[in-house]
Design a protein around this ligand. Sequence first.
Ligand code: AMP
Ligand code: MN
Ligand code: MN
Length: 329
Amino acid sequence: MSKNATFQEIGQVFKDHDSFVVVSHVRPDGDAIGSILALGHALEGIGKTVRYLNEDGCPESLVFLPGSEKVEISSKAGPVEVEVAICLDTAAHSRVGEASFAIVNSAKVVINIDHHISNPGYGDFNFIDDSSPATGQIVYNLIKALDLPLSEISRDSIYVATSTDTGSFQYPGTTQQTYEMAADLVSLGLNVGEINQLTYDNQPFRKVELMRALLNALERSDDGRVAWWHLTNETKEEHQLIADDTEGMIDIIRSIKGVVIAVFFEELDEGKIRVSMRSKDKCINCSELCGIFGGGGHALAAGIRMTGPLEVARSKVLAKIREAINSSL
Ligand code: AMP
Ligand code: MN
Ligand code: MN
């Protein structure tokens, strides 16, 4: 992995240029959207021109974030003249998606800010901190270190980015600094009750239908250590699901007593399968397991996009999980 740039070096790039794009990974989650909004708005606050891009736009579940209306779908963004592209929360260069990739490559300078252990450091300037539970927390540190303006948009976005990536400040990666940061955001006027309700207690009914379908598909290994379920294109059509609807569902099976690894297999278009994996034991590393199939992520949460069909992908992945569990016993 290449050496990290300092915040000061990144700050110098900000000073030396005027036009920026902030971009994040395909099928963006709260950390992806929150991080681009928070940093982009801080840059706007010092007079920079910023465009907010994502391959899939802003998911319906995050449109409550102020400033989210600025997020454009890369393939519909038209010509983008840009000096600096900043990739946030994006473990691999290609994870920005095809149209975003072309825009990032047209920039003079690429900055890569992320917290995925598998990130190879593909930027001209990289800041990868795998001890940070969310990219939003790195963005907060960067904004503070460079004394950039922390507007209400940045404040709320950093909170949602970090809350969603830490399972509401619960996962083991949550640090003392995470809580101190949250306290600072509250002192800046963040309305905790309101923002948590908008983030977590606002589910469209079709997501409850999805939950029902997933529970019907739940399977568990004989020893109860592995739990998995799957989602077919047929079920997606039946309930008119959108891509973002599956976000967070895996936490339901992760929470089962005795389960060490939870896996979610989802059919995508063109015969592809999306795999989401969670571990509750640091001896079983999801990022390494997913890496076997070309995916990546964090030790306790990672993913893969692989070729199907579903049954084949599932048996291959479950076999590797079984090997990892057996060798860790
Ligand atoms: P997910 O299961 O989609 O919520 O992803 C869990 C974590 O792994 C997130 O931090 C993702 O950014 C990362 N991740 C998911 N899929 C991939 C992939 N194909 N390559 C690299 N990282 C991934
Ligand atoms: Mn993410
Ligand atoms: Mn993240």
